[in-house]
Design a protein around this ligand. Structure first.
Ligand SMILES: [Zn+2]
Length: 185
């Protein structure tokens, strides 16, 4: 169980179409473009039985909230993880293989690398185009440049809606992890 903001939890667990893209001009379907619930997830670090730092990971849609507020604001709720220990199961479309939750950081990492968490952006040019615009706004560094080169190399038309992408202000916070051994130097 952990504390979380209810509004954030509701967005991540129900993944609605956005009415407005906020100041970052998010695509309206940034939460809903994929069938996979692991688009909206929580990861909580904790100290496990062996006194090592571990990770509890879960799709937001499978967490239970302690209450349902009847107004919006900064409302903190308790979110509870499912009781079973380890689960790999299919997405509710019954086609994608998806990790719903785990309490083991190594199991999480392996599934992330096997693309069982989140969605493959190459099937969603609109979202990929947004990600590319966001990358271009970051301070140049080898990891970011490699990623932009990789996206360009996919040969997918990511230039749709460039004008929309140009109109947003600032730069969102982005965590990029390069897991390509060839590229890490
Ligand atoms: Zn699916």
């Amino acid at each position: 169980m952990f504390h979380a903001d209810y509004f954030q939890f509701e967005l991540l667990s129900t993944r609605p179409q956005l009415l407005s893209g906020s100041s970052f001009n998010f695509p309206h379907d940034i939460l809903s473009f994929s069938c996979c619930d692991s688009i909206g997830t929580y990861g909580v670090f904790y100290v496990d039985n062996t006194k090592s730092i571990d990770l509890a990971y879960c799709c937001a849609s499978l967490l239970a909230a302690s209450l349902t507020p009847n107004n919006y604001g900064q409302i903190s709720v308790d979110l509870t993880f499912p009781q079973n220990s380890i689960s790999v199961s299919n997405c509710h479309c019954n086609a994608c293989s998806e990790l719903n939750y785990t309490y083991d950081i190594d199991f999480f990492t392996n599934n992330l690398l096997q693309l069982n968490i989140g969605s493959e952006l190459e099937y969603y040019p609109q979202i990929l185009s947004y990600v590319k615009s966001a990358l271009r706004r970051l301070k140049a560094n080898p990891v970011v440049s490699d990623l932009i080169t990789f996206v360009d190399g996919l040969n997918i038309d990511t230039n749709i809606d460039e004008t929309v992408n140009e109109s947003w202000e600032g730069s969102p916070n982005i965590l990029i992890i390069n897991v390509d051994e060839k590229a890490s130097r």
